[in-house]
Ligand binder design. Structure first.
Ligand SMILES: [Zn+2]
Length: 391
């Protein structure tokens, strides 16, 4: 694939380099656990103030229990369908977990809570908008959507949070999710995630005198767990019985047991099969006299590659090669979750994990390499300049 490379992108970046770096550190210092609305809103305020400084408009989508959703917009006078950039403002860490000064810098490597996942994505999005503007891009609007509780699969923003992402996605032309990236690969498809409970009811009885009258909910759960986890097929679907609660004391045959199940599925077909397996095992009685209800707790769709998303991936690979001289490989079947799944569910051509390079996210050793901000922003800028009229 040949592309038309816009020249001088690095020169446009240099005068703003320190400003972007300072902003990144400011965002990391603004610790923002998903559950703390006030903290996540602080991140949104910092981003909005910066957007005003560089003359971008913004919108706020309020949520009651989660931080507010934010959209930063460039060129929104254009009637064309926008390009969507996605990142999230929350982190998995509690405030204070990293001590008094949570940010550390060694050469180009930055350390801190969320420095890679996903404060780097916010910075990359803002830098890309800036470079598009400075390089005169005017084909389509470009918007950076920041979600408030990605790390908890919209637990706090709820269906409204999922609708926010889906609404922004459904009117767009294509999407790039800016979650922290890898040097050699990016993501074109992901497993979906559904969380369910087996709620099992048995018959309680004295564990000695009336042992034979009791029907153990825990014994039933044990059979179900073994039966369910047997069905795992790494390439297609996984079942993890991650929590189990039940029983009261050891000398009573247990009446109640609840098993929490995390199910990940490759595609819609695998989801259908996984649901049938869950239903079958919920309905199979191993300990006569027990009953079981199957409850759904949460749902995140899978992200499937499509001919259009693969075309977008091909363009991204060509621009990566043009900017860095190196190849990058699209990968499928990632079993982690991200907001990209909600974007792709609307049919939007989406590629994921095209962010700044770093690693060890969700641990205290999380790091990001700030020297990869410019190349990653330039790859996105070149890709957007080269987007086709249609997919
Ligand atoms: Zn994460």
């Amino acid at each position: 694939m040949t592309i038309q490379k816009a020249n001088g992108i690095a020169d446009l970046f240099r005068p703003m380099e320190k400003r972007f770096l300072d902003l990144w550190l400011e965002l990391v210092r603004a610790e923002s656990p998903s559950s703390n609305k006030e903290c996540v809103d602080k991140v949104g305020q910092i981003v909005k103030a910066f957007a005003e400084e560089i003359c971008f408009s913004h919108r706020t989508v309020p949520f009651e229990k989660a931080g507010d959703g934010i959209v930063i917009e460039y060129n929104n006078g254009s009637k064309e369908a926008p390009v969507l950039l996605g990142a999230h403002m929350d982190t998995v860490f509690a405030v204070g977990e990293f001590g008094e000064n949570p940010v550390r810098q060694e050469g180009s490597i930055l350390y801190g809570p969320g420095v890679h996942d996903c404060k780097s994505g916010i910075i990359l999005g803002l830098t890309t908008l800036y470079l598009l503007k400075q390089s005169g891009y005017a084909d389509r609007p470009v918007k950076l959507m920041l979600s408030p509780d990605e790390e908890r699969s919209n637990t706090f923003s709820g269906q409204a949070g999922r609708d926010f992402i889906r609404h922004e996605a459904s009117s767009s032309f294509c999407a790039f999710n800016l979650d922290g990236g890898y040097e050699e690969k990016f993501v074109v498809s992901r497993f979906g995630i559904t969380r369910n409970n087996f709620v099992i009811k048995g018959i309680p009885a004295h564990a000695g005198v009336f042992y034979d009258k009791g029907r153990s909910a825990i014994k039933e759960a044990a059979h179900k767990i073994i039966e369910l986890e047997k069905e795992t097929c790494l390439e297609r679907m996984t079942f993890n019985c991650g929590t189990i609660t039940g029983g009261t004391v050891t000398n009573v045959v247990p009446e109640h047991c609840t098993v929490g199940i995390d199910t990940r599925f490759r595609d819609a077909d695998a989801l259908k099969q996984a649901q049938a397996i869950l239903r079958r095992i919920a309905d199979t009685v191993f300990v006569e006299g027990t009953t079981c209800t199957l409850e759904q707790v949460s749902y995140r769709p899978c992200m499937s590659e499509t001919p259009a998303s693969l075309k977008l991936a091909e363009l991204y690979m060509a621009c990566h090669k043009a900017v860095t001289g190196k190849d990058i490989t699209p990968t499928g079947g990632n079993r982690g979750g991200s907001d990209a799944s909600n974007m792709a569910e609307t049919g939007l051509p989406t590629i994921d994990t095209v962010g700044i390079i770093g690693s060890l996210y969700h641990t205290k050793l999380e790091w990001a390499d700030s020297s990869t901000l410019l190349p990653r922003a330039e790859i996105l800028t070149q890709t957007i300049h080269n987007l086709p009229k249609s997919f």
